[in-house]
Design a protein around this ligand. Structure first.
Ligand SMILES: [Zn+2]
Length: 83
């Protein structure tokens, strides 16, 4: 995955999604990062969660949230981007 900081992702996402509240998004991302560090797993398949997808949508891994298997072009928060 492509590492990105929380601040950079918030700016980028809110530019593309003007209805998104940056304060809420940032809080959700911080929470998702905490969850991932604690070893949270996808409720559907048991893989480690995708912090960005879990913040924007709901708790889950990349494959379950997007329906895709190739995550090489997608962002993940830098501090939990270990795969
Ligand atoms: Zn999954």
């Amino acid at each position: 995955m492509v590492p990105i900081s929380i601040e950079k992702f918030v700016n980028k996402h809110c530019k593309n999604n003007p209805e998104e509240n940056p304060v809420h998004l940032r809080e959700s991302l911080i929470q998702a990062v905490k969850d991932k560090k604690k070893g949270a797993t996808c409720t559907n398949c048991g893989q480690e969660i995708w912090a960005i997808g879990s913040a924007v949508s709901h708790l889950g891994c990349f494959s379950c949230l997007t329906g895709e298997t190739d995550s090489s072009q997608d962002y993940e928060i830098d501090e939990v981007c270990w795969s």
